[in-house]
Design a protein around this ligand. Structure first.
Ligand SMILES: [Mn+2]
Length: 287
């Protein structure tokens, strides 16, 4: 398995310049830097080349995540919004391919954060989402890009809240590059068994996010059953990316979208704590 971290651990705004993170994650002991697709369609030639150069120089793999905006919702009833979603990915996939990205994960099948002040049409959105995802999958396939359908907790999404729904969704889409994606933070809230959810995903699992129940870095201090997860991953023969997605800082759009209303750094230096966490998770998962 390869181990990564989401750049937003250090960020208060989504997107931005990812190149400086490459050397940093390598130095801290990671194999992977996960970036957000937010700024990818707007990256200049120079920015793409610079990020490419950095990841080649430091031998770092890039993966990508995204929470589509309301205006990019592939499940929308509004045809113009669905078209806009496809246009977003039309610009994003070629750039990701240049960066060597082979997995994009997140609530790609809907939008994020969900506006729960409006009525939710889960059945209708499901049908539209499956249809739209078939188009997205065909658009991504020539670039060798897999799409991870991240199962999200009820407060952040309503289409896929538990692994059984995701497996059904992935089966209905029926495209080889559309995969199940799990995150320990969300599983902790919605799954009766975290290990059982991983086993249920089986060979459909295409990407894995890890984090503690309060989105702190994975560690021995928390409540996530890391040893059991390691065993479940071994049982399904998972050999892909394991990316931690910690959020510990207040402030900015990241802080308000993630709802961080207290300092979760516990006074730790961010780099030191991340290096310690990846060493911990490597030792448990590679045990
Ligand atoms: Mn996640």
């Amino acid at each position: 398995m390869k181990y990564g971290i989401y750049y937003a651990y250090w960020a208060r705004e989504w997107g931005g310049d990812y190149a400086p993170y490459v050397e940093r994650v390598k130095r801290l002991g990671f194999d992977i830097l996960e970036i957000s697709c937010a700024s990818v369609p707007y990256m200049s030639r120079k920015e793409i080349d610079e990020l490419k150069r950095e990841k080649d120089r430091h031998d770092v793999i890039i993966t990508a995540g995204y929470g589509p905006q309301l205006s990019e919702n592939i499940a929308s009833e509004d045809i113009a919004i669905r078209d806009n979603a496809l246009r977003f990915w039309e610009k994003t996939f070629p750039a990701l391919h240049e960066l060597g990205v082979d997995i994009v994960g997140g609530g790609l099948y809907s939008y994020w954060p969900v506006d729960y002040s409006k009525p939710i049409d889960k059945a209708g959105d499901w049908v539209r989402s499956v249809e739209g995802m078939k188009l997205m999958a065909d658009m991504a396939a020539p670039y060798g890009i897999n799409l991870g359908m991240e199962v999200l907790n009820r407060h952040e999404g309503y289409l896929l809240n538990e692994v059984s729904e995701c497996v059904r969704y992935v089966d209905e889409v029926g495209k080889d590059n559309v995969k199940v994606m799990l995150d320990t933070y969300h599983m902790n809230m919605e799954e009766e068994s975290i290990e059982g959810a991983i086993l249920a995903a089986g060979d459909k699992l295409g990407h894995l996010h890890i984090g503690e129940v309060n989105r702190r870095l994975p560690g021995a201090y928390g409540r996530i059953p890391w040893q059991g997860i390691a065993e479940a991953l071994r049982k399904i023969g998972y050999n892909k990316a394991v990316v931690m997605e910690p959020f510990v800082m207040m402030g900015g759009k990241v802080g308000s979208d993630i709802k961080i209303w207290r300092d979760l750094t516990h006074g730790r230096d961010l780099d030191e704590a991340a290096a310690e966490s990846v060493a911990f998770i490597r030792s448990v998962f590679e045990g």
